[in-house]
Write a protein that binds this ligand. Sequence first.
Ligand SMILES: [Zn+2]
Length: 144
Amino acid sequence: MADAYVLVLNASYEPLQRVSLRHAIKMLVREVAVIEEASDAHFGPFPVPKVLRLVRYVVMRWAHQRTRLCTKAAVKLRDGMCGYCGGHAETVDHILPRSRGGALTWENAVAACIKCNHRKADRTPSEAGMTLLVTPAEPRYSPA
Ligand SMILES: [Zn+2]
């Protein structure tokens, strides 16, 4: 349970980041966040949260910097679904395949399910006859 991660949403429901369960509990104790979604388990007096939402809208410069760094985890968080079929995102696909020099960037990476990832393989979406449901771009969290 100690390595469980909790998704933190801004007050406007935009995903901000993932924090450790320990950090999430501290946020609940300090009453800066409320539970949006919880599991059945308990951690002390609290249900173990899966998703927290900040009570007040926070513009976090560091959060911008964090999200601008393109990682596979950040791409999955940005897309929240397979960019080809809308299914469960289990991996990250390089739109221009890595074998052809495609890099892990916000524009070249899209979350994908294993099935679509395998189907596309070392091809571009058009070569594979697949259509992207999303236009991958760097996430921008503008104030609500
Ligand atoms: Zn898919």
